[in-house]
Write a protein that binds this ligand. Structure first.
Ligand SMILES: Nc1ncnc2c1ncn2[C@@H]1O[C@H](COP(=O)(O)OP(=O)(O)OP(=O)(O)O)[C@@H](O)[C@H]1O
Length: 376
């Protein structure tokens, strides 16, 4: 196992001036699962390939444990086969003419490990991924999930100091993907290998990771525990990628209360005022973008007695049945919210004026324009 330290790496394929990865700095603690999360093309795979040694950084340094494996400035470059790194990709890449056991043993054979030890270590790791019964089967006899387990076993059999995984479950159906994610977490608890995982699927990232790193256009925009990333995204781009509504803008009128990593502020916008919501370290006059998860909103006629909520007056624009619930589209201030309601909801008729509200601790605001800060 090893920690990984990445300092200021960049990669510009073909020197276009529009790098796939730019000035990226990241520390990965020993024994952690860190996920690079972001939309297609944001530079996740390029980052992983640079750690693996499949791509040379144009700038910066990568350390695995206490060894510098790449330094553009010093001209250091350790080839992949000498980095002691296990890799699992989307395609299972098993040899079709070898049995599962032979596939899994392959890295040990390359390292000239004695036959009896090779078998014992391969069987142990096959057991860890739950494939001991398939040792003598050929890959074509295995399901997609089983093939990927065999690929994971092969990547772990030589006790690598680091495991890299690039969308390993994206060829599997959604249900199986979820189970594989949970199984991987369990496997990690047994094996403990430092793991860097790449995905564009936020649910997968949240289940698997000790830490999530959100990338956008080759940079890191946010970094933290799954809980921190989901509840307190650092920028509007991160919030929008995570499925928040980020269309309402406003300004901080007053800081109401403060605690360690969050505060409650009163804010207003063009068509709304007096909203209390949670925010990071902001002061009066700061421009903000609201990050709202529609599921925290409710419709209500009652006045807000606590004064500690935020809400907007809206009009029901559309209503549509989605099985046992109805979906209503409500135009509020500068945005529309789509809420799911009970089919019996009487105030949800098209044209009705409604109040949409959430408690102050359920709505998060970020400083407008914070995406321009880039890596932080
Ligand atoms: N070998 C290459 N040559 C030229 N450009 C490349 C190469 N590989 C990736 N790119 C470009 O670099 C950018 C980042 O790609 P990368 O594959 O790292 O992103 P990603 O976040 O992993 O995306 P995806 O989830 O689609 O794999 C993209 O614009 C891509 O087109």
């Amino acid at each position: 196992m090893a920690e990984v330290r990445i300092e200021g790496i960049a990669r510009d394929y073909g020197g276009t001036g529009n790098p796939a990865v730019r000035d990226l700095t990241l520390d990965i603690a020993d024994g952690c699962v860190v996920t690079l999360l972001g939309p297609s093309g944001c530079g996740k795979t390029t980052t992983l390939r640079m750690i693996a040694g499949l791509e040379r950084p144009d700038a910066g340094t990568i350390r695995v444990g206490d060894k510098v494996v790449a330094s553009a400035e010093k001209g250091t470059f350790v080839p992949p086969e000498r980095r002691d790194i296990g890799m699992v990709f989307q395609s299972y890449a098993l040899w079709p003419h070898l049995t599962v056991l032979e596939n899994v043993s392959y890295p040990l054979r390359m390292r000239r490990v004695a036959k009896s030890e090779m078998r014992q270590r391969s069987m142990k790791v096959l057991e860890q991924v739950g494939l001991q019964d398939k040792a003598d089967s050929y890959p074509s006899r295995l399901s997609g999930g089983q093939q990927q387990r065999a690929a994971i076993a092969r990547s772990l059999v030589f006790d690598p100091q680091l495991l890299l995984m690039d969308e390993p479950f994206s060829n599997l159906d959604a249900r199986l993907r979820e189970r594989m994610g949970e199984d991987l977490r369990e496997l990690h608890a047994k094996v403990g290998v430092t793991t860097v995982y790449v995905t564009h699927d936020q649910a997968e990232a949240m289940v698997l990771s000790d830490e999530v790193v959100v990338m956008h256009e080759g940079r890191i925009l946010d970094q933290g525990s799954p809980q921190k990333i989901s509840l307190q995204p650092a920028t509007a781009t991160v919030a929008s990628f995570l499925g928040y509504n980020t269309e309402l803008r406003g300004v901080v009128d007053e800081v109401v209360s403060q605690s360690e990593d969050t505060q409650v502020v009163r804010a207003s916008g063009v068509d709304w005022s007096g909203c209390c919501l949670s925010a990071p370290d902001l002061v009066k006059g700061d421009q903000i973008t609201l990050a709202i998860r529609t599921r925290v909103l409710t419709m209500t006629d009652k006045p807000d007695e606590s004064g500690m909520s935020c809400g907007w007056l809206g009009v029901v624009k559309a209503r549509r049945s989605v099985g046992d619930r109805d979906r209503v589209t409500i135009a509020c201030a500068d945005t529309t919210f789509v809420l799911e309601v009970d089919t019996t909801c009487t105030e949800c008729r098209v044209g009705t004026k409604v109040n949409v509200r959430a408690a102050a601790d359920k709505v998060w605001a970020v400083r407008s324009g914070s995406d321009l800060d880039g890596n932080h």
